[in-house]
Design a protein around this ligand. Structure first.
Ligand SMILES: [Zn+2]
Length: 683
């Protein structure tokens, strides 16, 4: 979700890639019951915390942990995600018993889940379930008809050629407007098509093999299928070449191109945008934002030069690829094989896990109602509110004391901080799914109708005031986000559990866990992207020129620091792509510790040891625990291209190296690896 919504900044990578596999998850259910909270057993006491703190905090965990075969990585939030799946499964199994007393919500989630679990029915249908949709594309007679077909496919899920959506106006965040943007790729990033290193070339080969197999399954001859796969690679390479890279896209100014509908239509005449807007059912509007005008200009010629048949193959492909996980077994297996190349995952998740996940994606706020009834009590919300309040005060103090920022900018920063709204647990108003028809025994139909429901829900917002009550994540999600256009921080119930948030643990552990997450999200309002938005969520420069330069200088230090870290083999992190997240990690940890110290002083617990550790030490251990992580090398490689977050090791050590508070707490000396000579600090 966060990859598709431009202005959400997540705590973790959203696992929904353009590649149409459900989010990775899972480990056998009984294993998930194992201790998720903080434990000194994870610590490797033979390691010196001043030499490698990550190894110290996670050493025993790393020694004793294997990545489950159905996972590309293993880390606390996936363990937690796994545990949430078990809870959700219980809810769904109960709701799927077809009795007349079921509520409307239970009918929707229960029948969605049951149709997904009915593998026999799905296998018996084979590709038939998708046939009418594929036929619709085959019947296209000309390029205007093609645009109609693309509009229809956009409604039911995938995004061939480009993307159309609604989002707040960058200069008037109270109003939602239409956006068109680059899109249309199967592989996770433009780099996969453009870079000529051996790994990327190999991935392109896997893509054509994957497409060949899928087209063969869909009834084409081997030769036709192989030709079709080449067509896809050719078209997608052209789209990739015209796409802006992720690092450039981080700057909202690079995506700020509001123009009239007629200007947009003229920009790329072969896209027939006016016809598209009608076909997709958009309400009438006069202006829209074209996030990457160059993409439309450059691809315009490709729309003309590629023959109609090639486009029909390409659009069918996106439909097949997106539907594959919900078709019969041969499609599921072929689709998973491609996922394996990208992530290294050894085995597909059990079906029930994929089905829980799909129900959450389709009906998240219906399933979420039941989920929070079971998991999220008022006392959790109270303690969270208290922590958020403490963190906001700490950031206010931090801003107050910044030596490099002028009083003018500080005043503006504080206004922005005060304007940040927070959302905790679940939405006040639940989404109404009554117009979404869910039928027992029709998995693919349910999947496509749920996609259409969501697309239409987004499209009708165009031209309307922004609904600030809405949530961008479902309640069971183990993640959190900051949205620049909403100027809000959001914490779904799913993340408010151990090891992030543990009612049984002391404040030190909780401030190192969820406290640092809250601090991280708050800091996003002031990172390289967030600082460009004002308190109302508008793209507006509220900095003095000198302060802007000072910020850039300090951010540059963080970009250089993380850019020197090696993710896998000889592949280094992209310091600029990960800058916002690293800034948020550094600022978040610092203000969480400030808030903890304040609370300990209030409660008279400043010097109290637990498990033999001082509260400050426990804070850092709690922080480290969250990031104990194992990743398959294939997945590490993919994340370097697409993930704005650093791997766990650097989310820990990168921060610790910059914190004198850390060095004090552990008695580290100058010259030791956890003491960086020119420590970076923005916030
Ligand atoms: Zn973040």
């Amino acid at each position: 979700m966060c990859l598709s919504r431009l202005l959400l900044v997540c705590f973790l990578l959203s696992t929904t890639f353009s590649f149409a596999q459900p989010a990775p998850a899972a480990k056998p259910a009984q294993a998930a019951k194992a201790a998720l909270g903080f434990s000194v057993d994870n610590i490797d006491k033979t390691m010196n915390p001043c030499v490698d703190f990550y190894q110290y905090a996670c050493g025993n965990w790393l020694k004793n942990t294997e990545i489950p075969a159905d996972q590309p990585e293993w880390v606390s939030f996936i363990e937690l995600y796994e545990r949430n799946l078990v809870t959700e499964r219980e809810i769904l199994e109960k709701a799927s018993v077809n009795n007349p007393g079921r509520s409307a919500v239970e009918q929707k989630i229960g029948d969605y889940y049951s149709s997904c679990m009915d593998e026999k029915a799905v296998d018996a249908k084979g590709l038939d379930a998708l046939k009418s949709e594929l036929d619709r594309i085959s019947a296209v007679k000309d390029k205007t008809g093609l645009i109609d077909a693309i509009a229809h496919v956009h409604l039911i899920g995938p995004n061939p050629l480009f993307r159309f959506y609604s989002s707040p106006d960058l200069h008037n965040a109270d109003m939602v407007i239409a956006y068109v943007d680059q899109g249309g790729l199967t592989l996770p990033d433009r780099d996969y098509y453009i870079k000529d290193d051996a790994k990327m070339a190999e991935m392109r080969k896997h893509l054509t093999e994957y497409a060949t197999q899928m087209f063969t399954l869909a009834g084409r001859s081997p030769q036709q299928a192989a030709d079709s796969a080449q067509t896809i690679l050719r078209i997608e390479t052209a789209l990739a070449k015209a796409s802006m890279d992720r690092t450039l896209r981080r700057d909202p100014k690079n995506r700020d191109h509001k123009m009239s509908r007629d200007q947009a239509a003229t920009l790329a005449s072969n896209f027939y945008l006016n016809r598209y807007f009608t076909a997709v059912g958009a309400p009438s509007f006069s202006d829209l934002n074209v996030s990457n005008p160059d993409f439309f200009k450059q691809v315009n010629a490709v729309v003309e030069s590629e023959p109609l048949d090639a486009w029909k193959i390409y659009v069918s492909w996106h439909l097949l690829d997106s539907a594959a996980p919900w078709l019969s077994k041969p499609f599921v297996d072929t689709n998973f094989k491609m996922q394996q190349y990208l992530t290294g995952q050894e085995k597909i998740q059990d079906r029930w896990k994929r089905c829980v996940d799909s129900t959450d994606q389709a009906l998240g706020e219906a399933l979420g109602q039941k989920y929070v009834e079971l998991t999220f009590g008022p006392e959790s919300k109270q303690r969270m509110l208290k922590m958020v309040d403490a963190l906001e005060k700490a950031l206010d103090q931090d801003i107050h004391g910044l030596p490099w920022m002028s009083e003018d900018t500080k005043k503006q920063a504080k206004i922005k901080l005060q304007a940040i709204r927070n959302k905790i647990g679940y939405p006040d108003v639940w989404r109404d799914y009554s117009s979404l028809n869910i039928e027992r025994g029709d998995l693919l139909g349910n999947f496509l109708r749920a996609n259409a429901f969501e697309s239409k829900r987004q499209i009708v917002k165009i031209g309307k005031p922004l609904d600030r009550k809405e949530w961008g994540m479902t309640p069971p999600t183990v993640n959190a986000y900051y949205s620049g256009s909403h100027n809000e921080i959001v914490f779904p119930a799913g993340i408010l559990q151990p090891p992030f948030f543990d009612q049984k643990m002391d404040d030190a552990i909780n401030f190192g866990g969820i406290g640092a997450v809250i601090g991280h999200e708050l800091t996003h309002g002031f990172d390289d992207q967030g600082r460009k938005f004002d308190p109302q969520g508008n793209l507006r420069d509220w900095w003095t020129e000198q302060d802007g330069k000072e910020f850039e200088k300090r951010a540059g230090c963080i970009a250089d620091e993380y850019g020197s870290f090696v993710a896998v083999d000889d592949l280094k992190l992209n310091g600029k792509l990960t800058l916002g997240e690293n800034t948020a990690d550094n600022g978040g940890a610092r203000i969480a510790l400030m808030a903890l110290r304040e609370m300990l002083a209030q409660d008279g617990k400043s010097g109290e040891k637990s498990d033999g550790y001082m509260p400050e030490q426990r804070f850092f251990l709690g922080y480290g625990r969250v990031w104990c992580e194992k990743r398959r090398p294939e997945f590490s490689r993919m994340l370097v291209s697409v993930d704005p977050h650093s791997p766990g090791r650097y989310r820990v050590n990168g921060v610790m190296q910059n914190m004198p508070e850390f060095q004090q707490a552990w008695g580290c000396k100058a010259g030791q690896p956890m003491v960086r000579q020119n420590a970076c600090r923005v916030w």
